[in-house]
Ligand binder design. Structure first.
Ligand SMILES: Nc1ncnc2c1ncn2[C@@H]1O[C@H](COP(=O)(O)OP(=O)(O)OP(=O)(O)O)[C@@H](O)[C@H]1O
Ligand SMILES: [Mg+2]
Length: 387
């Protein structure tokens, strides 16, 4: 994209997509001037701040023509941030799906980078599960199922429908935004990877968020669509149970959601898995089915995880080709203490900075119950795989 990022005219340059406040048609994206975004956000006023993440701050704004927008302002100008900005704009320019938060525009000046999205009035899934809206209990069972299916459909599109295929690499509750109808829109493509045709997986530096990282990716940087499937499984467990991916227990010990869920699933105690905030108001069969889908997604062995196509059909209630959903056993993932100490999400009530910063978590994750054999790959790199 390079030169196409020169700031800051305001002509319409290409048809893009919107994702809109209440659904409906796609709208074009354009380049914004810094001045326009400055005015729209009242000078990036603290009062307009929606949230902060690894990339920078997100502000609410309103354009001259009355459009409500969310403006993500890059925190620092360095090569890493520049790369994330470029990837985000590049990827967003390629995707069009009702469950993906698309680009409204951007501004790339000499010393600023800003990305403009549609404003999502219900903010992120995280804010409803663990943040400022958690006590309002707006997420009833029907909404949760809609959010699960919609975000799975967004991922299915990225994995199977757009060319080249896209791996998101940062699926988590703060990256699922909710429009006025509580329809989910998957956001934040700054870590995404475009997968050339014929390539099944790649080895990369680890990015993403602790708690959602697939073991093979966290340990060996092996990235494929099934890493997103794993993260989706954690997200699904979180949505159904209301638990955080990593929880801090009294005494300071941290526990992953799979460690907590595993014994309950094994014993078939599904009702105890449901978020207590639902006050028992849920469809038990759907809960079972959805928990089983999550269990399939978080299997240690990437090849055993379902494709997103299958995940969507299972969530919609079709049985696909799986003989029996009952047999799925959940794999529980344990992180070593020093890694858990780096986790900040479980220490906060709301969404604080939570990027794992490409942690050197290589070999720092314990995956119990896995039997390993090792084999040589790429000449000098030892990969360890589930037997
Ligand atoms: N389009 C939007 N509409 C409404 N709120 C938004 C929008 N985009 C982001 N937000 C809010 O801003 C918060 C911060 O978003 P941001 O993506 O910068 O950080 P994050 O998702 O918490 O972490 P990370 O940087 O790892 O993605 C989100 O959690 C959400 O509440
Ligand atoms: Mg985000």
């Amino acid at each position: 994209m390079g030169s196409s990022l020169s700031c800051c005219s305001s002509e319409k340059i290409e048809e893009g997509c919107g994702g809109g406040g209440g659904g409906g048609g796609y709208t074009p994206w354009r380049i914004f001037s810094y001045k326009e975004l400055h005015t729209a956000t009242n000078g990036f006023s603290e009062d307009y701040l929606l949230g902060e993440g690894g990339f920078g701050s997100v502000y609410w704004g309103k354009t001259n023509d009355g459009l409500e927008i969310a403006v993500k302002k890059l925190k620092a100008m360095n090569s890493k941030a520049e790369m994330e900005f470029a990837v985000e704009v590049e990827v967003l320019g390629r995707v069009r799906h009702k469950n993906l938060l698309c680009l409204r525009g951007y501004c790339a000046g000499d010393d600023q980078r800003l990305i403009v999205y549609d404003y999502m009035p219900n903010l992120s899934l995280l804010s409803h599960l663990h943040g400022q809206f958690a006590s309002d209990v707006q997420l009833d069972w029907k909404k949760r199922i809609k959010i699960a299916i919609g975000s799975a459909e967004g991922l299915l599109y990225l994995h199977h429908e757009v060319t080249p295929h896209i791996i998101h690499r940062d699926i988590k509750a703060s990256n699922v935004l909710l429009n006025s109808n509580f329809e989910p829109l998957v956001a934040d493509f700054g870590f995404a990877k475009l997968i050339p045709e014929g390539v099944s997986h790649m080895t990369t530096r680890v990015k993403g968020t602790l708690g959602y990282l697939a073991p093979e990716y966290a340990m060996w940087g092996k990235v494929s669509e099934s890493c997103d499937v794993y993260s989706f499984g954690i997200l699904l467990l979180e949505l159904l149970t209301g638990r955080k991916p990593i929880e801090k227990l009294p005494g300071g010990v941290k526990r992953t959601i799979t460690e907590w869920a595993e014994p309950l699933i094994t014993k078939g105690r599904f009702r105890e898995l449901a978020d207590p905030k639902l006050r028992g108001d849920f469809n038990e069969n759907q809960l079972k089915q959805a928990i089983n889908v999550a269990a399939l997604c978080v299997q240690s062995e990437p090849d055993k995880r379902p494709k997103m196509k299958e995940v969507v059909s299972l969530l919609k209630g079709y049985d696909a080709n799986r003989k029996s959903m009952k047999e799925t056993r959940i794999d529980s993932l344990k992180y070593k203490k020093e890694i858990l100490a780096l986790d900040q999400n479980s220490d906060e009530d709301d969404n604080g900075p939570d990027e794992s910063n490409g942690l050197s978590i290589f070999s720092a994750i314990e995956v119990p119950k896995m039997q390993y054999h090792t084999y040589k790959r790429n000449g000098n790199k030892t990969m360890v795989h589930h037997a």
